[in-house]
Design a protein around this ligand. Sequence first.
Ligand SMILES: Cc1cc2nc3c(=O)[nH]c(=O)nc-3n(C[C@H](O)[C@H](O)[C@H](O)COP(=O)(O)OP(=O)(O)OC[C@H]3O[C@@H](n4cnc5c(N)ncnc54)[C@H](O)[C@@H]3O)c2cc1C
Length: 457
Amino acid sequence: MQSTAGVQSHEALELLKTRLGSRVVTSGPELERVSRDTSRYAPIGEALAVVFPESTEDVSVALAWANQHRIPVSVRGAGTGLSGGAVAFEAGLVISLERMNHILHIDPVNRLADVQAGVINGVLDKAVREYGLFFAPDPASSETSTIGGNIATNAGGLRCISHGVTRDAIASLEVVLADGSIINTGARTLKNVVGLDLTSLFVGSEGTLGIVTAATVRAKPIPEGTPHTFRASFDSVEDASSAVTAIVNGPIATEVLELLDARSVEIIEEYQSSGLPTTGAATLIGQVVGNEALSGAEALVALCTEHGAIETTVNQGDGLLEARRLANPALNAKGLRVSCDVGVPIGELGAVFRGIEEISRKHDRGISVVAHAGDGNLHPTVEAEDTEEGYAQAELVIHDITRLALELGGTISGEHGIGAVKQQELSWQLSDATRAAQLAIKTALDPHHILTPGRAL
Ligand SMILES: Cc1cc2nc3c(=O)[nH]c(=O)nc-3n(C[C@H](O)[C@H](O)[C@H](O)COP(=O)(O)OP(=O)(O)OC[C@H]3O[C@@H](n4cnc5c(N)ncnc54)[C@H](O)[C@@H]3O)c2cc1C
């Protein structure tokens, strides 16, 4: 039998359908599809409906409706998120931005592009390349994730070491608040000190403060010359880590600096052979761009050799980076989904790798690590039996890794966000007073806590 609240929700839903018509879907595979993301967090119960808005006004109508009827809302870009932030709520409304996927305007003179939130990162990058520009934020999911999702998670990627994170590429936002009101933040100028910096507030807010419907993003000129990629293999992860510190503090700028431990290299090679050598304990992959790319890459491999590299190569092109981008699908294909996303200050890279090895021995569990090494951002993945108990034990390993990162002065999330998966760990990093301040901001913008309630903050 349906509860009174359930009956009321269904009656209210009829009102929404009269406003948005076929953009509201109440059952079937479409609702099932948008109820999940790519994390290990599964939906609890069934969502009431999904709205596929085609305009900012549609989003406004849907949110005002949810606010009036106190319906919890999950916001979805492409669902590539790894922290459960976009997973549907029981009897909740999913708002999926996937149809709002238009590039509205490219302004090459000011290196700006106006986009709707559902535009795929790689599509935007391709479009601005026609003008000799590129879009710097490049999560390994760039061919599938949306700009709205990148903004909501402040996504990082391979090029953060030289270009920063998504926040650094955003000029302004259009956001719909919980009550349906539409606001604009930021400006098209490089400098802007008018009012509070709401753009930064919404970036990384994981769908808790408002729905990003459009953004003005900054593009950069494509560097001249041919990019050169280098690889260095090491007998120990500590040696690789000391090479990373030396590179980061040296005079030659790297566009990318990634580290894969031996287990990750094996998993990637097994999934799709890219010619990465499976000897050695760690592989460093970097890229240098610009007219001096070849000599820069050669100087960096020489530095790696000074720090103990046993084998190095320098090549033109992106082949090695493609291999690095396969890490996530390769781990997924092996059923390895219990992963995390911790960050440490760069000088603690060696210590965090040593600590992870100790944790692996303590729990007698394999842990593979890929790292955006230049940012001190690590993605350890724990081997787990495909049983409830197996996963529960793997979570304990993740907890130990997370505590280790914090002990080293790090963070519990570098780029994937807190979502639902890391809610328990949030209080390990943020004090009660800090969390209360964040919740006060949430309450000011979303008084009934309908937007992604109970997650991320
Ligand atoms: C293979 C693979 C590789 C990845 N590599 C990286 C990487 O290198 N770096 C990295 O940072 N992440 C990476 N990720 C994680 C993921 O791709 C990013 O978090 C991405 O930014 C999510 O975008 P999305 O469109 O899929 O968002 P979703 O998964 O749909 O949502 C993510 C979060 O953003 C919120 N959200 C989405 N759209 C909006 C909006 N318009 N307004 C408000 N809130 C919104 C959701 O509610 C949710 O909390 C990877 C994931 C995969 C599967």
